[in-house]
Design a protein around this ligand. Structure first.
Ligand SMILES: [Zn+2]
Length: 458
């Protein structure tokens, strides 16, 4: 008995010891979060101060630069034409390199968005709202080929999971054309009888309405239109959740975050201490199985998109493809620089940056990665423009991710993406002879435009 008592008291001691440790563990945890957040503030502030310093230095040394430029001009005149051309080509390609600063800033913002999502997860814990999970940074700003037109927009896609007691059924729409634009997310209730303790909820299906009055409403009664999850209601709710989460972040003392009204996503304007703002666009979506394809809140091209439509988006799969290429290519790989040049020379023409991005993705799987370094810049640009010309002549540009055996296996695609005939991104050209003529003419103009860029630098 004595032994048992001693053992018992030992156990009690260790328990109370652990309990006594708990508050200090919590404090340690909170301290860690604060240290991380202040590191983040420092990163963002540093980036902006650097920008300002650079612009100050630029203005100080303008006179010197002018003198240097004059000297250079004189020297250049003495050189042979060929040499000048080569030098210009190098200068041009350097100025069009991917913007590493934006990538670093994008990484910091992804970190911030993930902190907001961690807080949001705790907020929705006792409710029946969707559960935000992983977030992905997508789009041209982060990839470093977006042009600085207007404000800088960083795009994120947050994956939503159904709350306990609910199931998401993805209804992929009736059209055969991929990616499917009119897909919907049907919300169903799931029997949770016998799991009351574990899930801390009453079964929505088999509990009387009277008893359910004491429980929070189901997702069907909050963010749905009929049985379908409503994008616009979800956007308003998620925007409010993120805005509240922001108030818990110490960074909110140093920066302002304003919600911008946007129907199908949560858009925020982040203004750090230094007056330069940029936009954070948070889309959300439901992952299709275990694939890299999401049904998302992304705006579709159609003039009218119903609030229950969740178009399939390839943004995450494409971001993963570029990561795959970056992991294999050398540090001096210039494929994104090529895309930036494409986006630059496209201004004023009917081809979209996405069409050129598609051309680039096809070529990235056809030409070995080591042949994309800066020294091959002109050849690769000529390849891109030649490929575009051939596509216009054939009136056909295949979607990169659909029906394409060259897509790396690590990009996980739904079965129908692998086996379908690729949709034609040049349908408008195929249907309309006038547009075809125009597109042929524009491919010639683009070649001239690129030559002008090489020789004049503009
Ligand atoms: Zn039940």
């Amino acid at each position: 008995e004595l032994l048992q008592e001693v053992e018992q008291s030992d156990q009690d001691d260790s328990r109370t010891g652990m309990l006594a440790l708990l508050p200090s563990l919590k404090i340690m945890g909170v301290l860690c979060v604060f240290v991380l957040l202040f590191w983040l503030i420092w990163k963002i502030e540093k980036k902006f101060w650097e920008d300002q310093d650079n612009s100050d230095e630029e203005s100080c040394s303008r006179e010197e630069e002018q003198e240097q430029e004059e000297q250079q001009e004189q020297e250049a005149e003495e050189q042979e034409e060929k040499e000048v051309k080569v030098q210009d080509e190098q200068n041009d390609s350097e100025s069009f390199g991917p913007n590493e600063d934006l990538k670093e800033l994008g990484d910091s913002l992804l970190y911030l968005v993930n902190i907001l999502i961690d807080i949001a997860q705790n907020v929705v814990l006792d409710t029946f709202f969707p559960v935000p999970e992983r977030s992905f940074v997508v789009g041209s700003t982060y990839e470093g080929w977006g042009l600085p037109v207007g404000e800088t927009v960083f795009r994120f896609l947050v994956s939503l999971k159904p709350p306990r007691g609910h199931i998401f059924h993805l209804e992929l729409g009736t059209t055969r054309e991929l990616p499917i634009r009119n897909s919907r997310i049907r919300v169903e209730l799931k029997c949770t009888c016998g799991q009351e303790q574990d899930l801390k909820m009453l079964c929505f299906l088999h509990t009387s309405a009277d008893e359910l009055r004491n429980q929070q409403p189901s997702l069907l009664d909050t963010l749905c239109s009929g049985p379908y999850l409503d994008v616009e209601k979800t956007a308003r709710w998620f925007g409010a959740v993120l805005k509240n989460a922001w108030k818990c972040v110490p960074l909110s003392a140093a920066c302002r975050l304003n919600a911008v009204h946007f129907k199908r996503s949560c858009r925020f304007q982040l203004t750090p201490m230094i007056q330069r703002t940029f936009l954070i666009d948070v889309m959300f979506g439901v992952q299709q199985g275990n694939t890299d394809i999401f049904l998302s809140s992304q705006e579709s091209e159609a003039a009218y998109t119903p609030s229950t439509a969740w178009p399939q988006t390839c943004a995450v799969a494409e971001a993963k493809f570029f990561k795959h290429v970056a992991a294999r290519a050398g540090e001096d790989s210039f494929h994104l620089g090529c895309l930036k040049v494409c986006a630059y020379i496209l201004v004023g023409y009917n081809f979209s940056p996405y069409e050129l991005k598609t051309v680039l993705m096809h070529l990235l799987t056809a030409i070995p990665v080591e042949c994309w370094s800066q020294s091959y810049f002109v050849q690769r640009m000529e390849d891109i423009l030649h490929y575009l010309r051939c596509c216009v002549e054939e009136k056909r540009l295949d979607h990169f991710l659909i029906g394409n055996k060259a897509v790396p296996a690590e990009i996980i695609l739904p079965w129908e993406f692998r086996v379908s005939v690729p949709p034609n991104l040049f349908q408008r050209v195929a249907r309309d002879p006038d547009r075809h003529e125009q597109a042929l003419y524009e491919t010639e103009m683009l070649r001239d435009r690129f030559k002008t860029l090489l020789t004049s630098g503009k």
